[in-house]
Design a binder for this molecule. Structure first.
Ligand SMILES: [Zn+2]
Length: 177
């Protein structure tokens, strides 16, 4: 079958930035994602639509098709006192925060300047042109539970994520479990 919305796709991929491989699936741990759920960067999901198992792709995605452009409005300096006392703050640390609409968003610490901490809602790979080498290993229809949850389940296994109304589900952005 071809990849359409509502398919669970198994793939192997490697992601490179400026010629350096920065992320890849292990041979024995391919990635599963639900097509159409927005789990992948837009350019990758778009390129995979209509493909079949066995397809290999070598894509170079502009920032607009990958993690987008840096948005200065998402960069904020907070006093260290805004964080829990004793919290160890490190560059690159990721955590969840609430945006002005009260939605859970991922933010990263990108600068620590004395008592001021830069909290950046831009993904670390923003503004980057990325290369994706992808191999589609399998395509199957999603189960009704997968469609309802918005993510795939490992073959023959129960859901590994709490239900959406219990909190954690949907907060992951990688599509893998
Ligand atoms: Zn689930």
């Amino acid at each position: 079958m071809v990849i359409t919305r509502g398919c669970v796709v198994t793939l192997r991929y490697a992601m490179s930035c400026a010629g350096e491989r920065i992320e890849q699936t292990e041979d024995d741990e391919p990635m599963l994602y639900l097509h159409g759920s927005g789990a992948l960067v837009p350019g990758l999901e778009l390129a995979l639509g209509g493909r079949r198992a066995g397809t290999r792709l070598d894509l170079v995605l502009e920032p607009e098709e990958a993690f987008g452009r840096s948005d200065p409005a998402k960069i904020e300096y907070l006093p260290r006192s805004a964080f829990p006392a004793g919290a160890e703050l490190e560059l690159g640390m990721q955590f969840g925060a609430e945006d002005e609409q009260g939605n859970e968003v991922a933010v990263w610490i990108t600068d620590i300047d004395g008592e001021r901490v830069c909290v950046n809602g831009n993904h670390p790979l923003v503004d980057q042109t990325l290369r994706f080498e992808v191999e589609v290993l399998a395509v199957r229809p999603a189960t009704s539970a997968e469609v309802e949850h918005g993510h795939p389940h490992e073959e023959g296994q129960a859901c590994q994520e709490p239900a959406a109304d219990e909190g954690a589900c949907g907060s992951h952005d990688c599509g893998c479990h």
